[in-house]
Design a binder for this molecule. Structure first.
Ligand SMILES: Cc1ncc(COP(=O)(O)O)c(C=O)c1O
Length: 429
């Protein structure tokens, strides 16, 4: 992906950083948190758990999580304990890491084992561990798509440099708004060669908002693999970050072999946390020495050996348990419905503005919480700047060669704010 993409991403990050500084003044303190009782069935109560600036409509909150109160409290608890007696508290490493893995496995779905979860710092780290450790035999090749994140291309470039394997890209749709399941699966199928060993896709494209039919892709690969030796199976790896925490689907039910995701976007987990889950760890050599000591009550697993060692910012990593609990208390199904209903409302509203073209598919089965559009007379950057300055609506620019105006509907936004965003776009369009 071009350098412009990286610059645009960094630019977005800086804008968010400024917003967070504002938010921090409004109550990011454990004492303030206690006052806000958490009722997971009340969306206002859910929103009140965040220290986000209430004067802004946060349609870019998915980029880098604001921590809800239970996560902030857990971070503070671990931080205080580490500051008080670091040596004593890290002795409890196994207990805390296993709690995180257990919570992650519960959220990943039936059949997920805590020992199959590698704890990472981000989606990107998980993709790097996977691609840098993936073992290929001479002549095997790798397939990805034209719609993936630049971090994926970098990771696959390193895989290619290390092994000499060819990495090809296939285009899965020409017009995102008209994308359809049959065509996506057929195009991917047509690009797979007899020696293709790894297929890498992104669950929800951060360039267009298209959600790939991962189950249908996995079913197509299962058919194909039925005719191959196990060592030649085409394995499916998914960058799941914009689906994980946004879509009501068990990862173990997707049929993929690897899923990497940050837990600091839609899941609103601690910043700097993520995971790499696999049911095919045999295909990957651990890259970085692990700190997952072989002791404790849980069975050890390959995900633990694949978890990069060295001391980490444990106050964040160990507070991930509370992030899963927060999501589970609200209900993955209710969260996904809340995101989908607002996204549909937003797409319908934007489609009614003459000079706006909605790029993301209308169909909720082919989209999630990301909504991208073009505004005829404005660059996406100008649109984002004016929406914030003139209408207190926070949106973002997609960090790709063909930049678009991007919104993310989530548990921190409301249907009323969706209407506010539509009006704001109409005013600047
Ligand atoms: C599809 C996709 N993958 C990965 C990332 C990076 O995520 P992380 O910060 O968790 O590495 C992003 C955006 O930040 C993205 O849009």
């Amino acid at each position: 992906m071009a350098e412009i993409g990286r610059r645009a991403l960094l630019g977005t990050g800086l804008a968010i950083g400024a917003g967070s500084a504002l938010a921090a003044c409004t109550g990011d303190h454990p004492k303030a948190d206690k006052a806000k009782a958490f009722d997971p069935h009340d969306w206002e109560s859910v929103r009140a758990q965040f220290a986000l600036d209430p004067g802004l409509a946060h349609f870019a909150a998915f980029i880098f999580a604001s921590h809800p109160a239970p996560v902030r409290e857990a971070i503070q608890r671990h931080r205080d304990a580490l500051d008080k007696d670091t040596a004593g508290y890290v002795e409890r490493f196994t207990e805390h890491e296993e709690a995180v893995r257990k919570a992650a496995a519960g959220y990943l779905g039936p059949g997920a084992r805590p020992g199959d979860v590698a704890l990472t710092d981000s989606t990107t780290m998980g993709m790097g561990l996977l691609c840098s450790g993936f073992e290929l035999r001479p002549g095997q090749d790798v397939l990805t798509t034209e719609h993936d994140f630049f971090g994926t291309y970098d990771a696959l470039g390193k895989l290619s440099d290390r092994t000499g394997a060819t990495v090809r890209r296939v285009r899965l749709y020409d017009d995102p708004a008209a994308a359809n399941v049959g065509d996506i699966v057929a195009r991917l199928r047509a690009a797979i060669r007899p020696r293709t060993r790894l297929v890498v896709v992104t669950w929800v494209h951060s360039s267009t908002g298209v959600r790939l039919p991962v189950k249908a892709i996995a079913a197509m690969l299962a058919d194909l693999n039925a005719k191959r030796d196990k060592a030649d199976h085409a394995l499916l790896a998914v960058d799941g970050v914009h689906g994980f925490g946004a879509v009501d689907t068990d990862v173990t039910g997707l049929g993929c072999d690897f899923l990497t995701s940050g837990t600091h976007k839609w899941l609103f987990g601690p910043r700097g946390t993520g995971l790499l889950w696999s049911r095919a760890w045999d295909a990957v050599a651990p890259l970085i020495p692990s700190f997952s000591f072989p002791r404790g009550p849980e069975p050890q697993g390959p995900g633990m050996a694949a978890t990069p060692g060295g001391f980490h910012s444990y106050e964040h990593r160990w507070a991930l348990t509370e992030a899963f609990a927060f999501q589970t208390a609200i209900g993955r199904d209710r969260i996904a419905a809340r995101i989908r209903d607002q996204a549909t409302r937003l797409k319908e509203g934007l489609a009614g503005i003459g000079s706006v073209t909605v790029v993301t598919p209308k169909d909720p089965e082919l989209s999630a919480g990301l909504v991208m559009c073009r505004v005829a007379a404005l660059s996406p950057r100008e649109a984002v700047d004016r929406l914030r300055a003139e209408h207190r609506v926070v949106a973002s620019v997609t960090p790709y060669d063909d930049p678009l105006l991007r919104f993310g509907t989530s548990i921190v936004t409301t249907p009323e704010q969706v209407d506010q965003a539509v009006k704001a776009v109409a005013a600047i369009a």
